[in-house]
Ligand binder design. Structure first.
Ligand code: RNT
Ligand code: ZN
Length: 414
C-alpha cells in the first residue's frame, strides 16, 4: 500500500475524507502578491519604499522591469500548487509611452491590460488590485487621503477612483470580481494634537472615492493597522475606524495578521467578522516582533487562521491574499515557501475531524478535545501533502529549481 493509501485509512478512522480535502484545497483561490519579486518598488518610477513599510536585504536578482517580474512570477507560480490569483498594486502600471507623463491619478485600464494578457495566458484565475498610496512625491508630510492639504487629498481621491475603474475592467476581463484593497500609511510619529480631524478627512475621502463603483465586479476593502515605523504614535486608518467604516458602507474589512498588537490574533477576528459580514479579506503575513512581513511559515497561528476558514465553511467568504516581502533570500524561494505554507495550513485544517471537535466543545469535554487536537498534530499530514503535490504535478523537492533559476537567470541581473 502506498503511503497515501495508508494515511488515507488513518484519517478515515476519524471520519476524515482525504479525497475531499484534496479536491477542496485545489479549488481555494489564493491571491499571490506581485510585490515579493521587486521589494515593493513597482514599475512607475520609485526607487525606495516609505510609508512605514520596509524590505531589508540585498539578495541578488531583484526583478528590474515588467519583463523580469513576469518571468519571476511564472517561475514562482510554476512551483506553487493550487488555484492562484494575481495581486497587483497600482504602482505596477505598465506605462510605456506614458511614463513620466501620466501620474497615478490618471492611470487607466490600458496600463494594466498587459497584466491581464499575462494572467490569461498563464491560467491565473483572477486579478486583485491595490491603489498605491505610498512611495510617491504627492504624499505630503507622509499623508494621502487624510491630508489637510486639499490639493494632496484630492489627488489621492482621484487615484482611488481611477483604481476602482481599472479594477472593474480587470474583474470583467478576468470574469472574476476584483478585490480592491485600500491601505494608506497616514499617521504621525509623535503625539498628535488632533486625532479626530484626520479621520474625518479620511472618511470624507473614502466616501468620495467609493461614491460610484461597479458593484458587480469590484469588492472594496479597507486594511487597518496599529502602527508603522516612523508613524508609531498614531495611525489614521485604525481598526475601529475601518471596521465602522466598512460596516456602515457595506464594504469589506481586510485583516493583515501583522497589523495588530502582538497578543491579538487574526484567527480570532475572522469568526467575529463572519458573524456580521458576507466577506472578510485577509493579508497573510508573518510578523516577527513587529509588522515585519517575513515569509509565511507553517506555524501555529497560520494553522488557526486556516481552521477558522475551513471549519466555518468560509472558503468562499474569506478572500485570502499573501503579503510578505523578503529581500535577504532568493525572492522566488521566498514567494514559494510562503504560498506553500498557507496551502499546508489549509490542508491541515481540512484534515481535522471538525465535527467531532465541535461536539467535544459543546459537551464541555475539554480534556478530550485537547487530547485529540494534540493527536492530530502528529497524523501523517506529510503523506497527504505529497499526494496533493503529485496530483498538481509538483513535488516537495522544489528548491533545486530555484537554485537553477538563480544560476541561469537571476545571477545575470547586474
Ligand atoms: C502595509 C500593508 C499593505 C502593504 C502592501 C504592499 O503594512 O500590509 O498591505 O504591505 O499593500
Ligand atoms: Zn497588508
Amino acid at each position: 500500500m502506498s503511503r497515501y493509501e495508508e494515511a488515507k485509512k488513518i484519517y478515515a478512522e476519524w471520519g476524515v475524507d482525504t479525497e475531499k480535502a484534496l479536491s477542496v484545497l485545489a479549488e481555494i483561490p489564493v491571491s499571490v502578491h506581485c510585490w515579493q519579486g521587486d521589494d515593493v518598488l513597482g514599475l512607475d518610477g520609485s526607487d525606495s519604499l516609505d510609508g512605514g513599510i520596509q524590505t531589508t536585504g540585498n539578495y541578488l536578482g531583484k526583478a528590474r522591469d515588467f519583463q523580469e517580474l513576469k518571468e519571476d512570477i511564472l517561475k514562482a507560480f510554476s512551483l506553487m500548487p493550487g488555484k492562484k490569483r494575481l495581486n497587483l498594486h497600482a504602482s505596477y502600471a505598465v506605462l510605456g509611452q506614458d511614463k513620466g507623463k501620466v501620474d497615478r491619478d490618471a492611470y487607466e485600464y490600458k496600463h494594466f491590460a498587459p497584466w491581464v494578457e499575462f494572467a490569461k495566458a498563464n491560467g491565473i484565475s483572477g486579478i486583485d488590485f491595490n491603489p498605491t498610496f505610498f512611495a510617491h512625491p504627492k504624499m505630503k508630510d507622509g499623508l494621502s487621503l487624510s491630508s489637510p492639504d486639499e490639493e494632496t487629498r484630492l489627488f489621492w481621491v482621484r487615484h482611488g477612483k481611477a483604481c476602482l475603474k481599472i479594477a472593474a475592467e480587470l474583474g470583467k476581463a478576468m470574469g472574476s470580481p476584483c478585490l480592491v484593497n485600500i491601505w494608506i500609511p497616514d499617521g504621525y510619529k509623535d503625539i498628535p494634537a488632533d486625532r479626530l480631524s484626520p479621520r474625518l478627512r479620511l472618511k470624507k475621502s473614502l466616501d468620495e472615492m467609493l461614491g460610484d463603483y461597479d458593484k458587480d465586479w469590484v469588492i472594496p476593502a479597507v486594511e487597518s493597522k496599529v502602527f508603522g515605523i516612523g508613524v508609531e504614535s498614531y495611525t489614521v486608518g485604525s481598526n475601529e475606524f475601518y471596521q465602522n467604516y466598512a460596516a456602515t458602507r457595506g464594504i469589506c474589512c481586510l485583516l493583515d495578521n501583522g497589523h495588530y498588537h502582538p497578543t491579538e490574533t487574526v484567527s480570532d477576528k475572522i469568526p467575529s467578522l463572519l458573524a456580521f459580514y458576507d466577506k472578510v479579506a485577509l493579508h497573510v503575513s508573518r510578523p516577527v516582533r513587529w509588522d515585519s512581513d517575513h515569509v509565511v511559515l507553517f506555524e501555529d497561528e497560520l494553522k488557526e487562521i486556516a481552521k477558522e476558514i475551513v471549519r466555518n465553511n468560509a472558503t468562499d467568504k474569506v478572500l485570502i491574499a499573501l503579503d510578505y516581502f523578503d529581500a535577504s533570500i532568493n525572492r522566488i524561494g521566498a514567494w514559494v515557501t510562503g504560498q506553500r505554507s498557507l496551502q499546508k495550513a489549509l490542508l491541515y485544517a481540512l484534515l481535522l475531524p471538525n465535527e467531532i471537535l465541535k461536539e467535544l466543545q459543546d459537551g464541555a469535554k475539554f480534556g478530550k478535545l485537547m487530547y485529540l487536537n494534540e493527536k492530530f498534530k502528529l497524523f501523517p499530514l506529510g503523506d497527504i501533502w505529497e499526494e496533493y503535490l503529485a496530483r498538481e504535478n509538483l513535488s516537495s523537492d522544489w528548491y533545486k529549481e530555484v537554485e537553477l533559476y538563480e544560476q541561469e537567470v537571476l545571477s545575470k541581473r547586474k
